[in-house]
Design a protein around this ligand. Structure first.
Ligand code: HPA
Ligand code: ZN
Length: 334
């Protein structure tokens, strides 16, 4: 297998990271105290206890129940800044060069936190990361698919200004996948395209849901990228299409293990994706919950695909650069 040092030096891009998913237990408890947020009855009381819960999620929904509690402790602009800054600080030591970052505005606006508070803190951290670490980044608004589509549409409207002034690069769709197919959000994506035709579009699909959700994301929502997407391998026609259209799948190895999508990273269909010439990137999803940041994800893949040499990882890194949403000038630098 390739060495950790090689993987650290490899210029890596991250396309699937939820900023709320970088909230470490060590920060969750002090923030809850500082902001006077009461944690639900029965919630773990120490970081150690919480880490033990995180090690044993039953599925996506079980994780989301913890994730949304964590989200509630974030209140001030400085909280959002501190959260994103802690992330940049960590990955600056892991060879990350470019990050496209999700956040869930509805989780905050539903508690009375203004979108300017959330966006302001995150945006400021992105600016500082560029200055201090040379890491470029973009922000992606994720719609919560368990919420009524009308709420999601309102979120798009509320973000109109940020969708056109360069603050927000794209739209995504996350949360509980299975009873909420992409078709429910056609109007939301259509409205986003109307507001800004250059907006980039992606959606979580094919994590717990079927390959059909991946096809529907492309056909109905007009996404040019798919988050997770690992269930695409069950549809040969779809695989050919992803390869032909150079649609990037943002795969999250450690997440897929922690959420019981697969038992081990080695079971992921990464070889099938390579053989089918389907571009994919490796990502951390919610690193504070799933036991690793970007480098740990690369390292685990290298361990479980020990026959992959430098050329394979160079190709993965190159596909990640090509599938990024930065301009060509920046891609050349990366
Ligand atoms: N899937 C769906 N929703 C999410 C995820 C995920 O991996 N992470 C944070 N919200
Ligand atoms: Zn995700």
């Amino acid at each position: 297998p390739v060495s950790v040092e090689f993987l650290r030096e490899l210029p890596k891009c991250e396309h699937h990271l939820h900023l709320e998913g970088t909230l470490e237990p060590d920060l969750l408890f002090p923030l809850a105290r500082r902001n006077g947020v009461e944690l639900p009855a029965g919630f773990p009381q120490t970081p150690e206890e919480l880490h033990r819960k995180y090690a044993a999620f039953a599925d996506l929904q079980d994780f989301l129940n913890y994730y949304y509690v964590g989200t509630n402790v974030l209140q001030t602009e400085q909280d959002f800044y501190d959260l994103a800054w802690a992330y940049f600080n960590k990955v600056s030591k892991q060879g990350l060069v470019h990050a496209e970052l999700f956040f869930d505005p509805q989780s905050h606006t539903s508690r009375g936190v203004a979108i300017e508070t959330v966006t302001g803190g995150f945006h400021r951290a992105c600016t500082d990361a560029r200055e201090q670490f040379g890491i470029t980044s973009q922000l992606i608004v994720c719609l919560l698919r368990h919420c009524p589509p009308a709420d999601c549409l309102q979120t798009i409207e509320d973000f109109s200004k940020f969708l056109t002034d360069g603050t927000i690069t794209g739209i995504g769709l996350d949360s509980a996948e299975k009873p909420f197919p992409p078709g429910l959000f056609v109007e939301c994506y259509q409205r986003a395209r109307e507001i800004n035709p250059d907006l980039r579009l992606t959606a979580h699909a094919g994590e717990e849901g079927p390959a059909q959700y991946v096809s529907d994301s492309l056909d109905l929502l007009h996404t040019t990228r798919v988050d997770h997407g690992v269930n695409s391998v069950h549809d040969a026609e779809l695989m050919r299409r992803l390869a032909a259209e150079r649609t990037l799948l943002t795969v999250c190895p450690l997440s897929n293990v922690r959420l019981q999508v697969v038992k081990r990273v080695g079971e992921l269909p990464l070889q099938q994706l390579l053989d089918g010439d389907v571009p994919f990137s490796l990502n951390s999803d919610d690193p504070a919950y799933f036991g690793g940041y970007i480098l740990e994800n690369y390292v685990q893949v290298a361990k479980e695909f020990p026959h992959w040499d430098h050329a394979v990882f160079a190709k993965i890194a190159k596909n990640a650069i090509n599938g990024s949403w930065c301009d060509n000038k920046r891609k050349t630098q990366l």
